[in-house]
Write a protein that binds this ligand. Structure first.
Ligand SMILES: [Zn+2]
Length: 179
């Protein structure tokens, strides 16, 4: 869906309620107590905040559905923004390093979010498959997990190949890609 001109001028985050950045501004580098590496704010290998960060100053988010993020082992972990999702929603977000993949107990209820030909937009998918809650939000009970690929395009193609095999078993009517 095309972004409206006034939304584009405001930026993609203008409608979000953002917490204060102050705890991040004052952070300095220190040694991660677990792996002893020099880090700032959080350790992207151990997925934990560093001791000089007050944990009550960082928002902890609860997502309505488990999220799996798949990255390639040759990607630089420190550059991955997927780590932010784990730090903010640790109970709901898991990172898998390819070729390790998340479990798919019911592929019909797993959604791969990836831009490709024939993919459904989020709003299309919700319109076709979603039911709304009494409050007008998306009823996520029909979705077992949402999967993202976080890699450069070259590595992403390799990961997607592994998914092609898995996705080939999905009933066509239920095959849903988001973009
Ligand atoms: Zn560490």
């Amino acid at each position: 869906m095309a972004m409206r001109e006034d939304d584009r001028l405001k930026g993609p985050f203008s409608h979000l309620k953002l917490s204060s950045w102050d705890p991040l501004r004052s952070a300095t580098r220190e040694v991660c107590p677990k792996c002893k590496s020099s880090r700032k704010v959080y350790c992207y290998d151990c997925f934990q905040f560093l001791p000089n960060i007050d944990p009550t100053s960082i928002p902890r988010i609860s997502l309505p559905v488990p999220v799996d993020i798949i990255k390639h082992s040759q990607e630089v972990q420190g550059k991955s923004t997927a780590t932010h999702a784990v730090m903010l929603a640790p109970d709901n977000v898991s990172i898998h390093t390819y070729p390790s993949l998340p479990p798919f107990s019911d592929p019909n209820k797993c959604l791969l979010v990836f831009p490709r030909e024939g993919a459904l937009s989020v709003s299309e998918w919700v319109r076709q498959n979603g039911t709304e809650t009494a409050g007008g939000g998306m009823d996520w009970r029909q979705v077992e997990r949402v999967v993202f690929i976080d890699s450069t395009w070259i590595q992403t193609r390799k990961i997607l190949k592994a998914f092609s095999y898995l996705l080939s078993s999905f009933p066509t009517s239920n095959k849903a890609y988001w973009e």
